[in-house]
Design a protein around this ligand. Structure first.
Ligand code: SAM
Length: 245
């Protein structure tokens, strides 16, 4: 077995991302988001609204949302974007850091899912990022954030095991949660078989532990009213939806 130390799934092993999240139901999530957006924004049926997916990863939500929206995705990592581009050639993708980007376009909807915003480990960076979102939003547009677990819900020392298989790759992930002050650390131990070799690597993810009220307070200071939605398929982490007051 080939062993390597700390590796980033997003930069070094992007081709394994979709295997790792094979059992995540992106289609159901996208349908829920479409419903939510349809009920909240008005748009002409003749013209598709424009949607920006911040930290779009390999484009798993966009591949379903592109039926209803003109889609743009940004992500920090080119290897994730390369997979997204192959999946959805008609969408626009750009490598960009969510804390500082300028797309010279305004969107009707901005989404940032799977707790991606909470990789920013301090509230000043999150505030600056939400300012970027607001700058790219039309006046009656909406922002949808899938937050990370709140401090009261997060459990240290929790272990989870996940196994997935495609025709070419088998992958297991064992993850263990820990905490350093207001940061949740998830150590992920992967073992992968590609039909020839078994390899193993470790990746640690760090998320800011933040009560929803703090994010809502930042939105409030930017002139946005928020609603927290805790419904399936987002019942675990929830959604924070923001619209201009
Ligand atoms: C958990 S994945 C989510 C991907 C996708 N939204 C999904 O739901 O499958 C987190 C993504 O955030 C991206 N990311 C992390 N920090 C970022 C930053 N500062 N700016 C833009 N993207 C970032 C990573 O490259 C990765 O693709």
């Amino acid at each position: 077995m080939l062993m390597s130390g700390s590796v980033s799934l997003y930069t070094d092993k992007a081709s394994l991302y979709d295997v790792d999240y094979l059992s995540k139901d992106y289609a159901v999530e996208a349908t829920f988001l479409q419903q939510l957006i349809c009920n909240a924004i008005q748009y002409s049926p003749a013209e598709k609204p424009h949607l920006l997916d911040v930290a779009c990863g390999t484009g798993n939500h966009l591949q379903f949302l592109q039926e209803m929206f003109v889609c743009t995705g940004i992500d920090l990592n080119s290897s994730m974007l390369a997979i997204a581009k192959q999946k959805i050639p008609q969408a626009i993708f750009q490598q960009a850091d969510m804390t500082n980007f300028d797309l010279a376009e305004k969107f009707d909807v901005i989404i940032c899912l799977f707790s991606s915003l909470y990789y920013l480990l301090d509230t000043a960076l999150i505030t600056r990022t939400l300012q970027m979102f607001v700058r790219h939003l039309t006046s009656n547009g909406m922002i949808i954030i899938e937050p990370w677990l709140t401090p009261d819900k997060y459990e240290e020392g929790k272990c989870a095991v996940q196994a997935n298989q495609t025709a070419n790759v088998s992958l297991t992930r064992l993850s263990v949660s820990r905490r350093q002050r207001d940061v949740a650390l998830i150590d992920m131990y992967y073992t992968v078989y590609d039909g020839k070799n078994v390899t193993s690597f470790q990746d640690t993810h760090a998320f800011l532990l933040l009560p929803h009220t703090v994010l809502q307070g930042i939105f409030d200071s930017l002139g946005y009213a928020t609603e927290v939605i805790m419904k399936a398929p987002f019942q675990e982490r929830g959604l924070i939806v923001a619209k201009a007051k």
